[in-house]
Design a binder for this molecule. Structure first.
Ligand code: NAP
Length: 322
């Protein structure tokens, strides 16, 4: 039987590209440049399997553009860049890579939280620019973490992993908002307080960290009103998706001093970064590094590969989302 034709839209770590190439007829993108809507649309008629990433927008037009693709095996856990309803309507299966990037992303949420609290980006910029005038008691004073309330918006895999680090490692108190209460074992372990209303959580938290999926349901969840509800002097951390925050409102809130700081890894129209944030000292801006460890990126590739292999062998897909 002919090998399935697979398109990998961006470069993967070498060892997983090799494993994929051993089993399938694979096209890799040598230059690692994005394919764009035209390239993705053309691929729908040329390949059996598409392996995209968060930087590929697989919208209804792309999905309608060709009839060959039967599986979209996403390299990543978030799938808000794929029109799931359109895929379902065409009986195209969609899979993701949950779990294997939880620790790396929670580590990055803590990186942002610490950098924002301790003004690390601001300090490094000052030092590199030759503006540092030496140690002094009132220089770049930040916030401690111990006994501060960390409010998690979305308490799934990454939200809980972030809470574990913050609670057991830094002595933070844990609160969370979600559509349901977490399992008793988890709330007991973290002494976590459940808030069924988002605004109540925002009003009580010294730090807020976002861990909900992107998409229509969470678009603009943290807008001007939510930001105004946050505690004066508090911090906002986002490793979820850029669309969850209204960035014009966030910039205003940071400029006014109502929020002490923010740490962001994701943006609504990547790789563009909202202009109004770039000259603010009290925001840490990272280029979507949540899962960017060598171990994690290999594990993500292996997980995507496991889904492609299961599909090729006619077995149930381990990480099916559609
Ligand atoms: P997860 O385990 O599915 O957790 C998501 C949580 O959000 C679940 O508890 C879910 O609750 C909750 N939720 C969903 N919709 C909600 C809503 N409308 N209001 C309130 N809560 C809602 O997913 P995960 O593995 O933790 O990943 C979370 C997100 O992180 C991903 O979707 C992705 O966008 C992002 N991410 C970013 C990076 C990065 O590089 N920065 C890396 C990995 C992941 P239910 O149980 O009610 O569904």
């Amino acid at each position: 039987m002919a090998k399935a034709r697979v398109l990998v839209t961006r470069r993967w770590p070498e060892e997983v590209e090799r494993q994929l190439a051993e089993r399938f007829e694979v096209t890799f993108r040598e230059g690692d440049a994005p394919l764009g809507q035209a390239g993705l649309s053309a691929a729908m008629g040329e390949y059996d399997v598409l392996c995209p990433t968060v930087s590929d927008r697989i919208d209804a037009d792309v999905i309608a553009a060709g009839d060959r693709v039967k599986l979209i095996a996403n390299y990543g856990v978030g799938f808000d860049h794929i029109d799931i309803a359109a895929a379902k309507a065409k009986r195209i299966a969609v899979t993701n890579t949950p779990g294997v990037l939880t620790d790396a992303t929670a580590d990055l949420a803590m990186t942002l939280l610490l950098m924002a609290a301790r003004r690390a980006g601001q300090g490094e910029r000052e030092l590199r620019a030759g503006r540092w005038r030496g140690w002094r008691p009132t220089h770049l004073i930040g916030s401690s973490l111990k006994d501060k309330v960390l409010g998690l918006v979305g308490f799934g895999r990454i939200g809980i992993a972030t809470a574990r680090r913050a609670h057991h490692g830094f002595g933070m108190k844990i609160a969370y908002y979600g559509r349901r209460e977490a399992l008793p074992d988890v709330t007991r372990e973290l002494d976590a307080q459940f808030y069924p209303e988002l605004n109540d959580l925002l009003a009580e938290s010294d730090f807020v960290s976002l861990h909900v999926p992107g998409g229509a349901e969470t678009q603009g969840l943290i807008g001007a009103e939510a930001l105004a509800t946050m505690k004066p002097g508090s911090y906002l951390i986002n490793t979820a998706r850029g669309g969850v925050i209204d960035h014009a409102a966030l910039a205003e809130t940071l400029r006014s001093g109502h929020l002490a700081g923010a740490g962001l890894d994701v943006y609504p129209a990547e790789p563009q970064v909202p202009e109004e944030l770039l000259d603010l000292e009290n925001v840490v801006l990272l280029p979507h590094l949540g899962s960017a460890t060598r171990e994690t990126r290999i594990a993500m590739g292996e997980r995507a590969l496991a889904n492609v292999v299961a599909w090729a062998e006619g077995r149930p897909l381990p990480d099916r989302v559609a």
